[in-house]
Design a protein around this ligand. Structure first.
Ligand SMILES: *[C@@H]1O[C@H](CO)[C@@H](O)[C@H](O)[C@H]1NC(C)=O
Ligand SMILES: *[C@@H]1O[C@H](CO)[C@@H](O)[C@H](O)[C@H]1NC(C)=O
Ligand SMILES: *[C@@H]1O[C@H](CO)[C@@H](O)[C@H](O)[C@H]1NC(C)=O
Length: 385
């Protein structure tokens, strides 16, 4: 049979059936061969279409994050060589907010978050809870990436270490994330990630006006639980001052039951944070309070016009969006987020507040109400009533 002489090996398995079909369609040998050749190309074409469809529909999240990680680990310091889609002239590069086109393309949710902040900032009744001075304390919280014109305000206990690593690599002090020693991430003498406070007044204003600015928030009470666990229960880093100096200070002033001798409890912590006179102890604790003061006190969201606010609860979407808006998505990607860890866990919150008096919880809410309202977190009525 002639079909065996066909150049297309792909047709091999279809040979017999196609041969039979073509036998009663063809008039001579020439026609016979041309028809089979056409059929062969048709099969290849259909296979290509089908395979495209299969990869689109069955792309599993695991494979996706593996790819993200790969991209992240191979962060390329030199932007020029990459075929990125976003190549703006240097002056236009930093912020999405400056480019009308990309404003239009922004998913509504991010614009709504900024709109909510604007509205809550105008609410006179919340003024004390939403406003703060752009002091040295705030400028110390903001990290600068001049190369890509980015400002990042640090909100501890909301996955900030990963963002700092991203910026350290972009600044060029280290070629990739995994080459940053763990002890250097938070060592601002060595990591090449300057604080905004280290610049002159004019340089600070210039950066605040023109750079892409962002920070990440999460449910305020979950953040406090995370801070309590991380600093007073586990403390994975070696930071003995939390348990040996700060905890005894809180217990001395706020423990209700004087015969109770256990180490610091979440209840003691809640009573300290909810005390309208907490500043008295805050001053003694110094900058360690960054782990539990409000987002307002850390980042001054009513005074500084941020470009994007990320939410920990939707970090899977927000992290790539921030990288894109900052114009660095072709250089780095956010490390893989383990499934489930960013979700709000009501059971956990209930568990931690169990047995703590309503009065103390209401006082805590009264202090953090600004954070709840500014960033759209629901008032936790299940704890307050
Ligand atoms: C805001 O704070 C000021 C000064 O601490 C105080 O006098 C004022 O009563 C507060 N306003 C509200 C609405 O709590
Ligand atoms: C105070 O703590 C002690 C020791 O843990 C305990 O035996 C006692 O019942 C507590 N008193 C109150 C009122 O909770
Ligand atoms: C929520 O927290 C509780 C208590 O800490 C834990 O047992 C549970 O697994 C968590 N749920 C989820 C979905 O992570």
């Amino acid at each position: 049979m002639e079909t065996q002489k066909l150049p297309c090996s792909c047709l091999y398995c279809f040979r017999d059936s196609l041969g039979r079909i073509t036998e009663w369609l063809t008039f001579d040998n020439m026609h016979h061969q041309w028809l089979l050749l056409a059929a062969c190309f048709w099969v290849i074409f259909m296979f290509m279409v089908a395979s495209k469809f299969i990869t689109l529909t069955f792309k599993d999240p695991e494979a996706y994050s593996a790819r993200q990680e790969l991209l992240f680990l191979t962060a390329v310091p030199d932007a020029g060589k990459l075929p990125g889609e976003k190549h703006f002239p240097e002056e236009l590069k930093p912020t999405g907010a400056m480019l009308p086109d990309s404003q239009l393309a922004q998913p509504l949710v991010y614009l709504e978050r900024l709109e909510l902040i604007r509205n809550v900032c105008r609410d006179e009744a919340l003024r004390n809870l939403s406003h703060t001075a752009v002091s040295k304390f705030v400028l110390d919280r903001i990290f600068v990436c001049d190369k890509h014109k980015i400002l990042f305000c640090q909100t501890p206990k909301v996955g900030n270490t990963q963002w700092k690593k991203v910026l350290i690599v972009l600044n060029g002090a280290f070629p990739s994330i995994e080459e940053i020693p763990e002890n250097v991430v938070h060592d601002h003498e060595k990591n090449g990630l300057p604080r905004l406070s280290s610049f002159s007044e004019a340089e600070i204003q210039k950066r605040l006006k023109t750079y892409f600015k962002f920070f990440i928030v999460r449910d305020p009470f979950e953040r406090l639980i995370s801070a309590f666990k991380d600093k007073f229960v586990h403390n994975p880093r070696f930071e003995p001052w939390y348990r040996h100096e700060i905890a005894p200070g809180i217990i001395r002033k706020y423990r209700r039951n004087r015969t109770e001798t256990r180490g610091i409890q979440f209840e003691d912590f809640v009573r300290y944070l909810g005390d309208p006179n907490h500043r008295w102890l805050d001053l003694q604790f110094g900058d360690h309070i960054i782990h539990w003061v409000t987002y307002v006190e850390l980042c001054a969201p009513c005074e500084i016009k941020y470009s994007v606010i990320g939410h920990h609860e939707t970090l899977e979407d927000d992290a790539p969006y921030i990288l894109k808006e900052a114009g660095i998505d072709h250089l780095v990607s956010y490390p893989t987020i383990p499934p489930g860890i960013t979700m709000y866990n009501k059971t956990k919150v209930q568990h931690y507040f169990l047995g703590i008096s309503k009065r103390d919880i209401r006082r805590l809410y009264a202090r953090f109400e600004g954070d709840f309202k500014l960033f759209g977190y629901q008032k936790p009525d299940f704890l307050l009533n």
